[in-house]
Design a protein around this ligand. Structure first.
Ligand code: BMA
Length: 328
């Protein structure tokens, strides 16, 4: 049945639950959300906005764990099934940190992307303000930190999983030092993961749920219809920011060209664990798994800056929805 829309490996053990009979949405939540509680670690205040990838037939990931001092650190974790996680109590200590890259200030909102032979981690790295940190690992035990890939101030740095036109490629969202009230998504490329340039505008804010700022979410999924990008969109209500997410399809060889983009959101904060927490009314996707055999997709998202949830979609249905509900 499946048309092999996803260009990529099969993932037979992808976490999955069928859509509930009473759900009409194109994306649906796992019934046992949140999968990671805020207090999984004895000292953790919250575990959210985290990144998972297939690893050695199972799963590994990098998790944002804020501790009870409210310091923001990232930790490695492992799982047999992508649902039940064991997270290292010690934060990642980067090799190359300090001497080469500068004093540690904070680390949050990681993304993990397998490119060629290793896993690259990008995150919001405190270096005289928020910027995009970069490290690689082969085993989720040793992490080698490289130079920051943008000047401050920037957030939501997300790699593409393969070179595009012979260059590494990433999306990022220039910002400011605070709770930025603006933000568009830009594309940059690099021959070597060090020097980044040829910056291009991909997409900006627009009405309603994406009117204040937008930012790339999980590593884009390559499909026959373009790069499938989940992205968050923020509106400013009388009670502050509200974080939703939608999706876009980007041209495969010129990903700064947006082919389709959802006018309605795919998910807004509606469940108690998305509306109540340290920052109410936030769904914030940072990772997605995809199985090219079945077309199944699992999206991992932070809820209310407190816990982690997962939601599911079928790629063909999702792409049809994006195309039928698109406004550029
Ligand atoms: C952003 C980041 C995210 C967070 C969101 C909502 O600026 O700090 O980590 O989920 O705000 O608080």
């Amino acid at each position: 049945m499946n048309k092999k829309t996803i260009i990529g490996p099969s993932l037979p053990n992808i976490p999955w639950e069928d859509r509930p009979a009473d759900c009409k949405d194109v994306i649906w939540r796992y019934s046992k959300n949140p999968i990671i509680p805020r207090n999984l670690l004895p000292f953790s205040n919250s575990i959210f906005n985290s990144a998972v990838v297939p690893f050695e037939g199972k799963y590994a990931g990098v998790f944002r764990c804020d501790d009870k001092r409210r310091e923001m650190r990232i930790h490695a974790g492992f799982s047999e099934d992508g649902i039940n996680w064991s997270i290292n109590p010690e934060p990642i200590v980067f090799i190359g940190d300090k001497e080469e890259v500068g004093e540690f200030e904070y680390a949050y909102d990681p993304r993990v992307c397998f490119i060629e032979d290793r896993y690259y981690v990008t995150w919001c790295n405190g270096y005289h303000g928020p910027t995009i940190g970069l490290a690689y690992t082969f085993d989720f035990k040793e992490f080698h930190q490289l130079d920051n890939i943008t000047l401050p101030y920037n957030r939501n740095g997300v790699m593409f999983p393969r070179k595009i036109n012979g260059k590494y490629a990433m999306l990022s969202r220039p910002s400011d030092t605070g709770h930025t009230s603006f933000g568009d998504i830009f594309y940059s490329e690099s021959p070597d993961m060090v020097y980044w340039g040829k910056h291009k505008h991909v997409m900006g804010t627009r009405g309603w749920w994406q009117s204040t700022k937008i930012g790339a979410g999980p590593v884009p999924i390559e499909t026959t219809e373009g790069w499938l990008l989940f992205y968050h969109g923020v509106l400013t209500s009388c009670n502050g920011y509200v974080y939703h997410f939608g999706a876009a399809l980007l041209d495969l060889e010129q990903p700064w060209k947006v082919l389709y983009r959802t006018e309605p959101y795919l998910m807004s904060p509606q469940m108690l664990y998305e509306c109540v927490g340290d920052v109410p009314n936030v769904v914030f996707p940072c990772a997605a798994l995809a199985d090219s055999d079945t077309g199944r997709i699992a999206v991992y998202y932070g809820a209310a800056d407190t816990v982690t949830g997962v939601a599911f979609a079928q790629v063909d249905e999702l792409i049809e929805f994006i195309k039928n509900n698109s406004k550029l």
